[in-house]
Ligand binder design. Structure first.
Ligand SMILES: C[S@@+](CC[C@H](N)C(=O)[O-])C[C@H]1O[C@@H](n2cnc3c(N)ncnc32)[C@H](O)[C@@H]1O
Length: 228
């Protein structure tokens, strides 16, 4: 993902509230995200570029719609795109308002292929799946939960299945926030060890967000479990 303003998820989104005592731009600030306000802000957007890229690579590789998982679905844009493409989707997000927003947006004809869990990723037992997408979400798991959840992801992806995820890097402005995970390149490479890596891109650039100027350090990953 580039630093282009239109492609960032959190520009002007309320990841921290300057009115409630948190410190805008202070990576040590224990800000509580106002996710409902974030969804209201992001509704109507296009699917994230990483999602579009990963899904295209999956299609080009001949992957047929089967079982997909989205972690941290937010306003539901990517889950709706997967449903429209014919996937069954397990959509996971612990924020109850995310479920409400998604339920209000899903077409009647797609409802039967959607399962929503209003739970944190680490509390969900993953089914065997063919594609998992997690955009700007996995970093909201703490270190232990992140490690355990990723091991579960690796164990549950079917042969030939795709993982399309991003994770904040250690030079991100928010690095150091408690209860979150930030990785370096070596850790990103360990995440995909033994997988076929179709993209491991790194954004490391100044930009902006709701809470002011921000340095975006993000690893974008598209990887596939070998077919055999
Ligand atoms: C920055 S938003 C990204 C939302 C959406 N993927 C997008 O690109 O707009 C992060 C999302 O992760 C969710 N989230 C936070 N902690 C989580 C956890 N432990 N497991 C799964 N999702 C989580 C939040 O509720 C929020 O909807």
């Amino acid at each position: 993902m580039s630093a282009d303003e239109t492609q960032q998820p959190d520009r002007q989104a309320p990841l921290a509230d300057p009115e409630n005592g948190t410190v805008p731009g202070d990576p040590a600030s224990a800000a509580v995200a106002d996710w409902p306000a974030y969804y209201a802000h992001s509704l109507g957007r296009e699917p994230r570029p990483l999602f579009a890229k990963g899904v295209k690579l999956a299609r080009d590789a001949g992957l047929e719609p089967g079982q997909a998982v989205e972690i941290g679905f937010g306003d539901g844009t990517e889950t709706l795109a997967l449903l429209a493409d014919g996937w069954r989707v397990l959509a996971v997000d612990p924020t109850p308002e995310a479920r409400e927003v998604l339920q209000g947006r899903v077409p009647a004809g797609d409802v039967d292929r959607l399962e929503i869990r209003a739970q944190p990723a680490q509390a969900v037992e993953l089914p065997p799946f063919d594609l998992l997408y997690a955009g700007y979400a996995l970093s909201f798991l703490d270190g232990a939960a992140f490690t355990e959840f990723w091991a579960d992801v690796r164990a549950s992806v079917r042969p030939g299945g795709f993982l399309i995820v991003n994770v904040f890097g250690e030079r991100d402005t928010w690095a150091g926030r408690p209860d979150m995970t930030f990785i370096d390149r070596a850790a990103a490479q360990r995440m995909v060890d033994g997988l076929e890596v179709l993209a491991l891109d790194e954004e490391d650039a100044d930009g902006s967000s709701f809470v002011g100027d921000k340095h975006w350090h993000v690893f974008d990953i598209v990887a596939r479990r070998p077919s055999r």
